[in-house]
Design a binder for this molecule. Structure first.
Ligand code: LLP
Length: 418
């Protein structure tokens, strides 16, 4: 992680000492590197040089306004999955025409909002949704631009909870139903077919599933166009993995060199392309700084209790995910083996297991690769206020979200009368 590195005995993010931020803003604290986000984006931009391609950042990975501003200013569109995410795009002045709306359960109200904002495309996930979207658009006197998410039935070889392109998943329209669904879409008065899309899963670390999915999608484009329905853009979703613990996913530019070669060979090289990357743009741009509260050595396990918990960093509890945990200022003393756990009252509240660390209470640690699917999935469980967030650009650090107080966590609740 070139933007998170030790200088002497201190861990820095870009040119800012993380210990200084922890002192100033307290812990747990999420800190993001703008340069790391732009470097990750640049790999995709290099890969698409000379092509008609739109990168729509899948903002569910990290939807903090400061992060969205970075991507909007860099020319990205956004992949959204709710009216709330649309509101965030509009709040940062993002271009609605570069917004695509994914998700299996869009409500009528969300469809209306998105039509009113003038988004670029609805990625429709079922035949039932097509009918509702058409009727909402007709009522609004509009035609909704649509793409249908097809399910290529390839195995992304990732964790079952984040694999989405297999037959048993709730996502997309089955390959066999795709043509009939497109024909229905073309016949509906409120719709305008503009594209096709797929998304096969997340934290994908191999090239083969992408290449296979592309073949399956291009087969469908040929079939659908032969039936007289033009497909203007092809959206290959997101899903590219990052290095959490020695993982070796392909680099975005190298992966796209292969995918573009296939597109060219099949005569689709000049099509408008879209992608929806999330994790690969932000995952390794962020860390979570936390303080060691107590050490609790035991007969079977040694516990290192920190002030961040599963409400801040839910990925280990939800997916048995691995995040590296490193000291802000390493100690020379011998390491022991610790289970690093949070204060939440659940055995599932662990952040790392069997980690070799030389630590003392009061030490600060950094949980790495915490830029994606951490803050955006954070909760108030145990009435813990969500953490503060800082965005670093060179030697400048900006607080982009203040820490929630206890009062913030129950601000929408009301006492019973009497
Ligand atoms: N497009 C669609 C339609 C998606 O459902 C997703 C992610 C993306 C794009 C972005 O995928 P990415 O490039 O980030 O892999 N919370 C889980 C990951 C859930 C992914 C959900 N969909 C985790 O922490 O691993």
């Amino acid at each position: 992680h070139p933007h998170v590195a030790y200088r002497g005995n201190d861990l820095f993010i870009e040119d800012v000492r993380l210990a200084d931020l922890a002192r100033q803003h307290g812990t747990p604290l999420f800190v993001y590197s703008k340069a790391a986000m732009l470097a990750a984006l640049a790999a995709y931009q290099r890969g698409f040089a000379g092509r008609q391609a739109q990168i729509c950042y899948a903002m569910k990975a990290n939807s903090s306004l400061g992060v969205l501003q970075v991507f909007a200013q860099a020319g990205c569109g956004f992949d959204i999955v709710s009216g709330g995410e649309l509101a965030r795009v509009l709040a940062v002045g993002g271009d609605p025409r570069k917004v695509i709306f994914s998700g299996v359960g869009k409500t009528r109200a969300e469809m209306q909002e998105a039509l009113q904002a003038g988004i670029g495309c609805f990625n429709v996930e079922s035949e039932a949704e097509l009918e509702v979207l058409s009727s909402v658009a007709v009522q609004a006197g509009q035609r909704a631009p649509v793409s249908i998410r097809v399910n290529p039935n390839v195995d992304p070889k990732t964790h079952p909870y984040i694999s989405t392109g297999l037959k048993g998943n709730k996502f997309g329209v089955a390959h066999e139903r795709a043509l009939a669904t497109y024909q229905r879409a073309a016949a509906l008065p409120g719709l305008q077919v503009v594209g096709i899309d797929c998304h096969i899963g997340s934290q994908i670390t191999e090239e083969t599933p992408y290449l296979d999915a592309m073949d399956r999608v291009l087969d469908l484009v040929e079939t659908i166009e032969a039936a007289g329905i033009p497909i203007h853009h092809i959206d290959f979703g997101g899903g590219l993995g990052i290095d959490y613990n020695g993982d070796t996913p392909p680099q975005a530019d190298a992966l796209w060199a292969q995918l573009l070669a296939k597109l060219d060979a099949r005569g689709f090289g000049q099509r408008q392309l879209m992608i929806e990357p999330g994790r690969s743009l932000v995952g390794n741009a962020g860390v979570c700084v936390t303080e060691v509260l107590y050490l609790k050595p035991g007969e079977q396990k040694n516990f290192c209790i920190i002030d961040a918990a599963m409400n801040d960093l839910p990925r280990p509890a939800m997916y048995q995910a691995f995040h590296q945990i490193v000291p802000l200022s390493p100690r020379a003393s011998a390491a022991a083996t610790w289970d690093v756990v949070g204060p939440v009252c659940e055995s599932g509240d662990w952040i790392g297991r069997d980690r070799a660390l030389a630590v003392q209470p009061g030490d600060a640690l950094a949980v790495l690769s915490a830029g994606a699917y951490c803050m955006s999935m954070a909760s108030n469980y145990n009435t813990r206020g969500r953490a503060a967030e800082v965005l670093v650009d060179g030697d400048r650090a900006t607080l982009i979200r203040t820490r929630e107080s206890a009062a913030d966590t129950f601000a929408h609740e009301q006492l019973l009368p009497g």
